[in-house]
Design a protein around this ligand. Structure first.
Ligand SMILES: [Zn+2]
Length: 517
């Protein structure tokens, strides 16, 4: 612990008014308390820290002083009310937790308020929503976007079921309620969200808490920074990094034909974690971003592209070089058209109307040969021994992405994929790699088609003539599948989880019951 804490005192110190605030990285648990999930995703961006006033201390109740697995002492010992913070989302418990390496864990995060007193410190609603349940020691508030925020162990509960609450509104006080036998004085906080390919699960809360706490205690000493380097019809590229949280990949937010805060334009988060060849003067060598421009804007017209560095705090400066103009016309790549049965299949394949789709005339469609229809739902398989190896099974063969950028464009994720043994994988022949990015054509009748190779069953067949593919980055002899281990971010509006630790352990887990949390 001392070495780790010392490291984070350097790397994770974050704010002017709380220069003392330090936190261990996400996924690093109190030693002996389990295996964490190292996930840099902020699942509830922009939320309000759920305790009204700083300081507050995220750490383990069970493995801390006074806890049943702790080093001794009492729950009010000063060590429990000290930085650094510790993640305890995947702390050893028996709750069914698909996103934890062991498949089980603690659901959320324990947080102590400024002092050990109960019924003194206000808990406030992290997001606006409706109170959907009140149990003997829990309050659930569900936001409009479906995310559920759970607040446990409070006293002096101020809300009732069905009530609408505003962000920041008092909902109760930090206490030790546990439906009878008291727990320690703390607030347990959960986020429950739908995760693509997994279902509705408890998601990591830690970085949402870190970033909202940073917003509470003050802006970072140095705001995030970066540059929008280049826009071509192949690539939008640049970098974004946070000097204050240098160990965390942040996002660039792209806005097309509008700007941040205009109330009309959506910001598309692009995780900036690509290696950059020319980074000498910036030092941000692992903070590049690169994405193919949205095909829905390939209309021969000028589109303004603005980009901001988003580190989760309200301070999100526009990148150097932003805005830029994109002007692209769609060029039909060689290939056949494959029928997509409808919006449901499009969604199952994670094909985005904004990023992947362009309208074409009946004449264009008529000029193309029709290939095999796409399955309504793709079968995604992953190696049970190496979660970075992911394929889509199509027409009896398995097809991999050509590189990490392509894996993101196709939104390949091991979460929810079918884990297969090496022998089971070997029984499925390797086919053509996926095209560098999906290209969906929308005909005049609203009919949908994927542009693909005529013969996907041949490993050599892909990509020829793909005018939209990255230069020199076409399909290679990659018969190992994409090394997608860095695929952890978001493209478009769709976050997908990419932490690949312990996937095999997740498969075949069984639900067990445990009371303590
Ligand atoms: Zn807890």
């Amino acid at each position: 612990m001392p070495a780790l804490a010392a490291t984070c005192a350097l790397l994770c110190a974050s704010s002017a008014r709380a220069d003392e605030f330090t936190y261990n990285p996400p996924g690093v648990l109190t030693p002996g308390s389990g295996t964490g999930r190292m996930d840099n995703t902020v699942y509830a961006p922009g939320m309000r820290f759920p305790i009204e006033s700083a300081p507050a201390f995220a750490n383990s109740q069970v493995w801390g002083n006074g806890g049943s697995e702790g080093p001794g002492g009492g729950q009010c010992d000063i060590e429990n009310f000290s930085y650094p913070w510790w993640d305890n989302y995947c702390e050893t418990r028996s709750w069914d937790m698909p996103l934890c390496p062991s498949g089980i864990g603690h659901q959320g995060q324990d947080i102590r308020a400024a002092t050990c007193e109960k019924n003194v410190h206000w808990v406030v609603s992290a997001e606006a929503g409706t109170v959907t349940n009140i149990g003997s020691y829990s309050v659930y508030i569900t936001a409009d976007n479906g995310t559920r925020y759970d607040y446990l162990h409070m006293g002096s509960v101020q809300v009732s079921v069905g009530q609408d609450v505003a962000k920041g509104e008092h909902i109760g006080k930090v206490s030790n309620e546990f439906g009878g036998t008291p727990t320690s004085v703390h607030m347990h906080f959960n986020l429950r969200q739908n995760v693509q390919g997994v279902g509705t699960v408890y998601v990591p809360t830690y970085l949402s808490l870190v970033t909202s706490y940073q917003a509470l205690i003050g802006p970072p000493v140095e705001p995030a920074q970066g540059a929008l380097d280049d826009i071509t019809c192949d690539t939008i590229s640049g970098w974004a990094a946070s000097p204050a949280y240098s160990d965390i990949a942040i996002e660039a937010r792209l806005y097309f034909d509008g700007e941040k805060g205009d109330g009309a334009t959506v910001g598309h988060p692009i995780l900036a974690d690509f290696a950059r060849a020319e980074c000498g003067t910036t030092g941000a060598c692992d903070n590049g971003f690169e994405v193919g421009p949205p095909l829905s804007l390939f209309d021969g017209l000028d589109h303004a592209v603005r980009s901001y560095a988003s580190d989760g705090t309200p301070v999100a400066p526009e990148l150097v070089g932003s805005p830029k103009t994109m002007n692209c016309s769609f060029e039909l790549p060689a290939g056949v058209r494959r029928k997509i049965s409808g919006e449901e299949a499009k969604s199952a394949w994670k094909l985005s109307t904004f990023w992947d789709e362009t309208g074409v005339s009946a004449g264009v469609l008529g000029s193309m040969t029709e290939g095999a229809a796409l399955d309504d739902k793709p079968r995604v398989v992953v190696s049970a021994t190496d979660a970075s190896k992911i394929w889509i099974v199509d027409s009896g063969v398995r097809r991999a992405a050509v590189d990490v950028r392509s894996a993101r464009a196709w939104e390949l994720s091991p979460i929810g994929a079918e884990a297969l043994s090496d022998a089971e994988l070997a029984a499925i022949p390797e086919g053509a790699p996926l095209r560098p990015r999906p290209i969906v054509l929308r005909g005049p009748e609203g009919d949908l088609w994927l542009v693909d190779d005529g013969d996907v069953t041949s490993p050599q067949g892909a990509g020829a003539g793909d005018a939209l593919g990255p230069d020199g980055d076409g399909p290679g002899a990659d018969d190992e599948g994409c090394d997608c281990s860095t695929a952890g971010g978001a493209r478009g509006d769709l976050r997908f989880v990419g932490l690949l630790v312990g996937l095999a352990a997740v498969v075949g887990r069984r639900a067990r019951k445990q009371r303590a949390r």
